[in-house]
Design a protein around this ligand. Structure first.
Ligand code: HEC
Length: 395
């Protein structure tokens, strides 16, 4: 029953989180597009630095940008704050249900020198705080925009490297996505919103013409803009073992994130009105490099021909003792009420039918059993590898 309720919480929160994230990323993309598309009004309009005409849903719209406001505080002034708040909070709850509640399965590796689930949870929580504090200090202390961007990217790469050492592969990818999303949400709540409140006050006080929004908010907006695609990749890649399970997971992630940044840059240039398509080519080349880099290694076929009959028996017993506790029609391990991903491994025949997936999850990388809950040994993995390389015989 507990597992059933956890599944519904998981599904409900995931639904909420995806919808909230669509509104956040959507409004971020939308305002970026508008902001970069403004052109000076002809004839000039007082206080308006840019204007944009747009058509949507059967109406024509006219946006005007007032960098210092229209001279008064409009009554019907819409803020963008709940999108980021809703996304971050629903994400944190989802993290708690899937990766803290299920820490032994999803968060830690379960190796002999790995973190305990409790320590894993503490590191998971702490990583969000540390990510924000370090980023915030960097933004306040590094004057050059270029140096700062490189430093932020290097910091994220370092975090990912650390996460890959201590968390399961998918938790590592996810946590670097969470770190980036925390920077974005922190930028909104701790820098941009307070800055906007001060701006409104300056309008009321009549000091707006001397008010400086500050480079700080602008450069943080700039980071958020380029982080969106890497974040979404980090979130969805945790469902693809070929990425986080690879021996080159770290570099693979960096390359694909760089491709995401290049795609974002292409769109930015397009909205500015001087499209630079070469950035799409850059993204394609980098992505191709990542695909080649992350390709699974060739399995060496066993030197002494097909696996002997007695070893087939051992493979069957490995599947039964190490996998079937979860991958059964009725799992016996507490916390599972259905075979994970619908994958039933209750016989050698069933395992043979899924040999390539098993290879990905239990041979190319030790992703299964999660947290090594059923205590699989290296020798057993080698035997599975030999069995799969021999064509997964069932006799
Ligand atoms: C503690 C429970 C548990 C045990 C034991 C376990 N698995 Fe899994 N397995 C899972 C969960 C949960 C998932 C889905 C989540 C994920 O992809 O990380 C999964 C997913 C998989 C997948 C991916 C299926 C797909 O369609 O994407 C494969 C393959 C797999 N397991 C193979 C194995 C093998 C082989 C063993 C034994 C060596 C094993 N598992 C042992 C829980 C378990």
């Amino acid at each position: 029953m507990e597992a059933y309720i956890a599944d519904w919480l998981h599904l409900g929160l995931r639904w909420l989180h995806v919808v909230a994230a669509i509104t956040w990323v959507g409004s971020s993309f939308y305002f970026n597009r508008i902001d970069r598309s403004f052109r000076p009004p002809v004839p000039p309009v007082d206080r308006v630095s840019g204007q944009l005409w747009s058509i949507h849903g059967g109406s024509i719209y006219n946006y005007s940008r007032y960098p210092t406001g229209p001279g008064y505080v409009p009554d019907n002034l819409k803020w963008s704050k709940w999108e980021s708040f809703g996304t971050w909070v629903s994400g944190a709850l989802l993290l708690a249900v899937v990766y803290w509640w299920g820490a032994g399965v999803n968060l830690v590796t379960g190796g002999p020198d790995g973190l305990s689930p409790a320590l894993g949870i503490l590191v998971s929580i702490g990583s969000m705080v540390v990510a924000w504090v370090v980023y915030d200090v960097m933004c306040r202390t590094i004057p050059s925009d270029h140096v700062l961007s490189v430093a932020v990217a290097a910091f994220m790469a370092l975090l990912l490297w650390i996460f890959l050492q201590i968390f399961s592969g998918k938790a590592a990818f996810l946590h670097v996505g969470i770190a980036m999303a925390t920077l974005m949400a922190g930028n909104v709540w701790f820098v941009i919103l307070p800055g906007q409140k001060k701006m409104l006050q300056a309008i009321k006080d009549g000091t707006i013409d001397r008010f400086d929004v500050g480079a700080s908010a602008k450069r943080r907006n700039y980071h958020s803009n380029y982080l969106t695609l890497p974040i979404v990749f980090a979130m969805i890649a945790s469902h693809f073992p070929m990425t986080y399970g690879s021996a080159h997971a770290w570099l693979g992630f960096i390359l694909i994130s760089a491709a995401g940044v290049a795609v974002r840059h292409f769109f930015n240039t397009m909205h500015h009105g001087h499209t630079q398509s070469r950035w799409l080519v850059v993204a394609a080349v980098i992505s191709l490099g990542a695909i080649v880099l992350l390709a699974p290694p060739n399995l060496a076929a066993p030197a002494n021909g097909p696996v002997a009959a007695v070893e087939t028996g051992r493979v069957a017993s490995i599947i039964e003792t190490r996998c079937a506790a979860c991958h059964a029609v009725k799992p016996t391990l507490p916390g599972f009420n259905a075979p994970p991903n619908g994958l039933v491994l209750d016989s050698l025949q069933a395992a043979a039918a899924h040999a390539q997936k098993i290879r990905q999850m239990a041979v190319d990388a030790p992703l299964m059993p999660p947290g090594n809950l059923t205590g699989m040994t290296e020798e057993e993995r080698a035997l599975l590898a030999a069995w799969i390389a021999a064509g997964a015989p069932t006799k």
